[in-house]
Ligand binder design. Structure first.
Ligand code: 13P
Length: 253
């Protein structure tokens, strides 16, 4: 089954620790792991170069994601990292609009949309996160809220430009907590978003994927990842533990 599993290491690990964890993951992966499963690691910016060097030197079938990117392409924007810089590092994926960035860094839908355009122009696959808070979930119209979030992130996208795009449903109330939505909740949200996107000019079944994130562990991964509409997972905490992360990957049938 074609699945994409992304390890979001968030603000953890210096570059030496990241190399160590990456090597451990690489050695622990079964050689004959299904070629259709894409395993992606998203470390901090400071570790991208070191890991990319290992992937390239050893011709590994693992992929790199950045956890964010600037909405600006170049210029006087101190502290920012651009798509061009990521492209040069052969980064394949980039997470955008993670709820932690929306919450702690006031990231807006407009800035997320700019990032998505910049990434698509450079053929880096955007992993667009969307999700509702617990208050929104309790309200009747949380699906409208989610659709609006997605709609704003993809404004102006054209079919001829989009090779691949990933939407990651991450309910804010499930991230790093003990709570997880039911499988039916996940399927309902993804189905609704998929239906909404199906009228968009860039959309086709091949180029648009839907993954789930929010306390994915070896205990729930089998159920979530073997559901057809779910094309993969964005894993936080459990991805820092190689044994757990491998179990999550191995739960794909
Ligand atoms: P946890 O898996 O730690 O809940 O984090 C999910 C997440 O935010 C992935 O991007």
């Amino acid at each position: 089954m074609n699945k994409t599993i992304i390890a979001n290491w968030k603000l953890n690990l210096d570059h030496l620790e990241a190399i160590q964890l990456f090597q451990k993951l690489n050695y622990s992966l079964d050689n004959d792991i299904d070629k259709k499963i894409k395993i992606v690691v998203a470390p901090s910016f400071t570790s991208l170069r070191s890991i990319q060097t290992i992937i390239e030197a050893d011709k590994l079938k693992l992929y790199l994601a950045s956890q964010d990117v600037s909405e600006f392409v170049e210029g006087a924007y101190t502290g920012e990292v651009s798509v061009t810089q990521l492209e040069k590092l052969k980064i394949s994926f980039c997470i955008v609009g993670h709820s932690e960035r929306r919450q702690h860094f006031n990231e807006t839908d407009e800035s997320i949309n700019l990032k998505v355009h910049n990434l698509i122009n450079k053929k880096i696959v955007p992993v667009i996160c969307f999700g509702e808070s617990i208050e929104q979930r309790k309200s009747e119209n949380y699906l409208d809220f989610l659709i609006e979030q997605v709609e704003k992130s993809i404004k102006g996208l054209r079919k001829d430009k989009v090779d691949e795009i990933i939407f990651a449903y991450e309910p804010v109330w499930a991230i790093g907590t003990g709570e997880t939505p039911s499988l039916q909740d996940i399927v309902d949200v993804i189905s609704n978003i998929k239906e909404f996107l199906s009228s968009k000019p860039f959309f086709d079944e091949e180029n648009t994927k839907f993954i789930y994130g929010g306390r994915v562990t070896p205990d729930n991964s089998k159920e979530i990842l073997n559901t057809k509409i779910v094309n993969g997972a964005l894993v936080g905490g459990a991805s820092l533990d190689v044994d757990k992360f491998i179990k999550i990957i191995e739960s794909i049938e």
